[in-house]
Design a binder for this molecule. Structure first.
Ligand code: 2AM
Length: 218
């Protein structure tokens, strides 16, 4: 029925508790603030500006997101493949409204998006649709061979005109590449460069983020 179809959300996911949103948002801002001052970053500035001599203020470059979350299943109000099955999954029903502890293990930046990588536990993987990484194989060859859960992330910001769905694709693409060149030891961890403006900072100490499993209707 129409009611059943419209009763599915835009997406399910883990929503960071508000105090954690502030902490993660600030950490990301500090990272961006430092990144655009590094000589290594300036050397590759053309990836972001299209011009070698231009400067970029990454804090301005990205439109930051409110309601930070890690999407588990994009349902598009029931129109996405597997949406109904996901909503009916007993683990999804049982976990709805529960608070989980997410482990943020890396921050990444591309000319399109900035995000945090989330490393899921076995328990959290039960809420992760098994075919997520396979769905992107056509656009990102090699992504289907990555471990299940590799796409898990929090979108922190997008460049003007870029849709948030891009963040997970940018992460998958970085993960399919050979490990980037280590360019700098930062306070937060080691920074690697993956060509074409792709940067990833592996956090020395993962950020532990409390997040409620729920859904968003919009
Ligand atoms: P995100 O998970 O990378 O942030 C609403 O648009 C939310 O659903 C956003 O959080 C967005 O990206 C996610 N989203 C949008 N389209 C998607 C898709 N086709 N596949 C997976 N997630 C999607």
């Amino acid at each position: 029925s129409l009611l059943e179809e419209t009763s599915l959300p835009l997406y399910f996911g883990w929503f960071l508790l508000s105090s954690v949103q502030v902490k993660v948002g600030c950490t990301a801002m500090d990272f961006l603030k430092t990144l655009d001052t590094l000589e290594a970053f300036k050397k590759h500035i053309v990836d972001f500006t299209g011009q070698a001599e231009k400067e970029v203020d990454l804090e301005q470059y990205f439109e930051t997101k409110e309601t930070l979350h890690c999407t588990t299943k994009f349902c598009n109000y029931g129109k996405a493949d597997g949406a109904k099955e996901y909503a009916k999954n007993p683990v999804v029903k049982k976990s709805y409204g529960s608070v989980f502890s997410l482990s943020l293990t890396a921050l990444f930046v591309t000319p399109r998006t900035v995000g945090a990588r989330v490393s899921l536990t076995e328990e959290q993987l039960q809420l992760w649709p098994a075919d997520t990484e396979k769905e992107s194989e056509e656009g990102i060859p090699g992504s289907a061979s990555l471990p299940v859960g590799s796409r898990a992330h929090i979108t922190l910001g997008c460049a003007s005109g870029v849709e948030p769905v891009q963040t997970g694709l940018d992460l998958l693409q970085i993960l399919t590449l050979p490990e980037g060149e280590a360019v700098e030891e930062m306070e937060l961890g080691s920074l690697r460069y993956y060509d074409e403006g792709r940067w990833m900072l592996s956090l020395r100490e993962p950020i532990c983020a409390a997040a409620c499993f729920s859904s968003f209707y919009g």
